[in-house]
Design a binder for this molecule. Structure first.
Ligand code: PLP
Ligand code: COI
Length: 361
């Protein structure tokens, strides 16, 4: 298959969800439980390359019990969204950036690299097939989950020679409920070490974060914040989001040093902030400094950012020795809210797209 002109065959779902049931599901979709009628798949075989690009009815995958992904976890994924514009058309936001990160993830995990146009082409083909599933309610979108698994029937530990790329989609609302989120600073677990896989989106990173997330729930918090694995001194990121603090007219956030995911939302927000004349500091940020500056009021706001989380204001950070409160701890900060408005405006095709980020389908 010529990777520059991907063409997807289409097998319509013979029993799609009825329009009435779809409307019911989309009225209150939650996050990640309701899936559309189709999925896109592309296969890879060493020596043959990428082949069999298709959109087919959504359904179970058939895997041999010896399939390599089930044993050695060669798996990567992405997360991005399609939005309904006020005029009723459908747009995506910076899908090329997800395609690049997916290639980077594949390279780190010694997997076949999917050409970027095939990544975007698969998503477009799926969104075209399931266009009616793109919701239009406030804060709603169609969440797209591209992923790739190794699929060799072999128990030797080596990079596989067969892969399956797949995209599924689900209408979603907000990842968190309204208001501010509370965050537990884990001193028990770390997420990623230098030289590890922290900067890529492989499933193993998330499996390894689940005990820390459970710890945060036990502590009465919504999410976990990880510190660096060498000294447990510097802020890194949350289980599924990057983190930003507001210090007057400056946004302070940890640098991309190979152990945190280079978030596309993070990158977008830092660019939007700079364009507003705000300052941005990407620097190692000691957790003690965060607690001190929250206590003095110098860090007046904090927020989590990511595709699923959008911008989720943080009210409180907790650790075994105490609590840091941002603002009054319950009211989202003004800058967090105005950046969120600008971001969501752009993502839903309502803003001035000066950077060419909006991708029409
Ligand atoms: N950090 C982690 C660990 C994530 O899982 C995500 C979400 O994808 C992010 C950060 C934010 O990345 P993005 O803004 O590209 O969604
Ligand atoms: C995303 O934001 O797309 C993620 O993958 C993070 C996860 C918490 C859903």
């Amino acid at each position: 298959m010529d990777s520059t002109t991907p063409s997807f065959s289409f097998t319509p779902n013979p029993a799609p969800v009825s329009p009435e049931r779809r409307a019911e599901l989309m009225a209150n979709p939650g996050f990640g439980r309701v899936f559309t009628d189709h999925m896109a798949t592309v296969s890879y075989t060493e020596g043959r390359g990428w082949h069999d690009a298709k959109v087919v009815p959504y359904g179970p995958l058939s895997l041999d019990p010896a399939s390599s992904v089930l044993h050695y976890a060669q798996e990567i994924f992405e997360g991005l969204k399609a939005y309904r514009t006020p005029e009723g058309s459908v747009v995506m936001f910076r899908p090329d950036a997800n395609a690049r990160r997916f290639r980077d993830s594949a390279a780190r995990m010694a997997m076949a690299e999917l050409p970027e146009e095939l990544f975007v082409g698969a998503i477009e083909a799926l969104v075209r097939a399931d266009r009616d599933w793109v919701p239009s309610g406030e804060g709603q979108s169609l969440y797209l989950r591209p992923f790739m698994i190794s699929n060799d029937v072999f128990l030797g530990v080596k990079p596989a020679s067969e892969y399956l790329f797949c995209v599924i989609a689900c209408p979603v609302g907000a990842y968190f409920g309204g208001g501010c989120v509370s965050v537990w600073v884990s001193e028990t677990y770390t997420r990623a070490a230098p030289g590890g896989t922290g900067a890529v989106k492989c499933g193993g990173n998330y499996a390894a974060s689940l005990q820390a997330q459970a710890e945060s729930k036990r502590e009465g918090c919504d999410q976990v914040l990880f510190l660096d694995s060498r000294e447990q001194r510097y802020v890194e990121e949350m289980g599924g989001m990057n983190v930003v603090f507001v210090d007057g007219d400056t946004l302070v956030t940890p640098p991309l040093g190979g152990t945190i995911l280079p978030g596309i939302t993070r990158d977008t927000l830092l660019m939007l902030a700079r364009a507003r004349g705000l300052k941005v500091e990407e620097r190692p940020l000691p957790i003690d400094e965060v607690f001190e500056k929250a206590a003095s009021g110098q860090f007046s706001e904090a927020f989590a950012c990511g595709t699923a989380a959008v911008i989720s204001p943080i009210g409180k950070l907790r650790r075994p020795t105490g609590e840091a409160v941002f603002g009054d701890g319950v009211t989202p900060g003004a800058l967090s809210l105005s950046l969120k408005d600008e971001l969501v405006g752009l993502q839903t095709g309502r803003g001035n797209d000066a950077n060419g980020w909006v991708h029409r389908i």
